[in-house]
Design a protein around this ligand. Structure first.
Ligand SMILES: *Cc1c(COP(=O)(O)O)cnc(C)c1O
Length: 381
C-alpha cells in the first residue's frame, strides 16, 4: 500500500487513475484550437450522458461543485421567484443558505436525515403555495448517502408546472438520469466525483429555452450562468481563465468512463464496492445508519461503536497510516463516520480497506463495534 498517496474513500476529491493524472502533464493555451475543440467535446459528452442534447446545454463553471450550484440557483431564480428546497442533509441546507444570501425568497421542506424526501409532502406544499416557482432536490444526499426519489419528485414538480434543479453532484455518471424520462430544468454536477476527474470544474446541464430567458437574473459576474453560456455561444471560449488541466483530465476521464461501459458499468462497479464494504463492515460488527433500500451505492454512513476505546480521530489516523482516508460524519441524528465506494477503486481496494479496519480495531482494543443506540435498545444496563 502506498501510504504517501493514500486511497481516498471519501465523497470527493477521489482516487483517480494514473492516466487521468498523466493527462495533466502539458500546458494548454485557452484560446488554442485544440483546447477549444477538447472543451466543446466535453460539454457535448456531459450533455449526452443524461440524454439531453436535444433540449439542454451544458455550461461549465470554474471552481468546486458548490460554485455551479450557486450559479444555477441564482441564474435560474429571478428576484421575484420563490425557491423550495427539499432538505434531508447538509447539501440541501447549503442551497437554502445560497438562495438566502442572494436575497431570494426561499423555503425548506425538511425530512429526517435518515429518510428520503417525500414526494407526497411536496405535492401538498406546491398545492398550498402557488408562489413557489422553482424546486431543488439532492439526488444522493452525500451527508448520509441516502438516495432521494428524483423521478417521483420530478413528476410532482411537472404536474404543478414548476421548475426543478437536481443536485446530482455525487451520482452523475454512475446512477442514470435520463432527460427523456424525467423532466428537469437543470442538473448540476462536477468533474471530481463519479466521473473520476480531478477537482476544479462544476457544470450545469440546463434547458436551453429556460436559460435563454435568464439574462440579468444573476447577482454575480463570475457566477452568471447565462453570461457564461453567451461567452461560449460567441466564440467557444471561457469568459475567464479556464481550469485547463482539469479539463484535460476530465477529457481523459470521460474516455475511460465510456471505455468502462458508461453509466451502467460505472454504477455496477460502485454497487459491487458498496456491497463488499457493507458486508465486510457488518461482519466486523459495525452498523449502517440507513436501511439498505434507501442507501445509494456512493458513500456509507456507519454508527460509531459505543465502546469508549473507539475514538474516531485515532481510528482515522491509524487507517491513514495504513493508506486509507475515510471521512467524518456530518449528521445531526447520530454519531457516525463515512466510507466512500466511489473513485478509481474496485473490490481489491475495498477488501484491503476492510483488512485495515479489522487490524485497526484490534490495535485500538475495540472488541465490540455495536453502536450506543443498539446497546441501549438491548435493555441491558
Ligand atoms: C460534493 C457535493 C456538492 C459540492 O461540493 P463541493 O465541495 O463544492 O464540490 C454538492 N452536493 C452534493 C450532494 C455533493 O455530494
Amino acid at each position: 500500500m502506498d501510504v504517501a498517496s493514500p486511497i481516498l474513500l471519501t465523497p470527493g476529491p477521489l482516487t483517480t487513475s494514473q492516466t487521468v493524472k498523466q493527462a495533466m502533464l502539458r500546458d494548454w493555451g485557452s484560446r488554442d484550437a485544440t483546447f477549444v475543440a477538447m472543451n466543446r467535446e466535453i460539454l457535448g459528452k456531459l450533455t449526452s450522458l443524461v440524454h439531453a442534447t436535444e433540449t439542454h446545454v451544458c455550461v461549465p463553471i470554474q471552481g468546486s461543485g458548490t460554485f455551479a450550484i450557486e450559479a444555477a440557483l441564482t441564474t435560474l431564480l429571478p428576484s421575484a421567484g420563490h425557491l423550495l428546497v427539499l432538505v434531508n442533509g447538509a447539501y440541501g441546507t447549503r442551497m437554502v443558505k445560497i438562495a438566502g444570501l442572494a436575497g431570494r425568497t426561499v423555503s425548506a421542506l425538511e425530512s429526517r436525515e435518515d429518510e428520503p424526501v417525500d414526494p407526497a409532502e411536496l405535492d401538498q406544499r406546491l398545492n398550498d403555495d402557488p408562489t413557489i416557482t422553482l424546486v431543488a432536490v439532492v439526488h444522493c444526499e452525500t451527508t448520509s448517502g441516502i438516495l432521494n426519489p428524483i423521478n417521483d419528485v420530478a413528476r410532482v414538480v411537472r404536474a404543478h408546472g414548476r421548475a426543478l434543479i437536481i443536485d446530482a453532484m455525487s451520482t452523475f455518471g454512475a446512477i442514470d438520469i435520463d432527460a427523456r424520462e424525467i423532466e428537469f430544468t437543470a442538473v448540476v454536477a462536477s468533474s471530481n466525483k463519479c466521473l473520476e476527474g480531478v477537482p476544479g470544474m462544476g457544470f450545469v446541464i440546463v434547458r436551453r429555452d429556460v436559460l435563454e430567458n435568464c439574462a440579468g437574473n444573476a447577482h454575480s459576474l463570475t457566477l452568471d450562468l447565462f453570461d457564461q453560456w453567451q461567452g461560449f455561444a460567441k466564440n467557444s471560449q471561457w469568459r475567464f481563465t479556464p481550469p485547463t488541466h482539469v479539463i484535460a483530465a476530465l477529457h481523459q476521464a470521460l474516455e475511460e468512463h465510456a471505455r468502462e461501459g458508461g453509466v451502467d458499468a460505472r454504477g455496477a462497479r460502485y454497487a459491487l464496492n458498496h456491497r463488499i464494504l457493507v458486508d465486510g463492515m457488518e461482519a466486523l460488527g459495525f452498523h449502517c445508519l440507513l436501511a439498505r433500500e434507501v442507501q445509494a451505492p456512493i458513500i456509507v454512513t456507519f454508527h460509531v461503536p459505543a465502546d469508549p476505546r473507539f475514538q474516531f480521530d485515532d481510528f482515522y489516523d491509524r487507517l491513514r497510516r495504513k493508506g486509507f482516508l475515510i471521512y467524518p460524519g456530518k449528521l445531526t441524528v447520530a454519531d457516525s463516520f463515512r466510507i466512500g465506494c466511489i473513485g478509481h477503486i474496485g473490490p481489491e481496494q475495498i477488501n484491503e480497506a476492510l483488512t485495515a479496519v479489522g487490524l485497526v480495531i484490534d490495535e485500538m482494543g475495540v472488541i465490540d463495534c455495536t453502536p450506543l443506540f443498539e446497546v441501549e435498545n438491548s435493555g441491558v444496563d
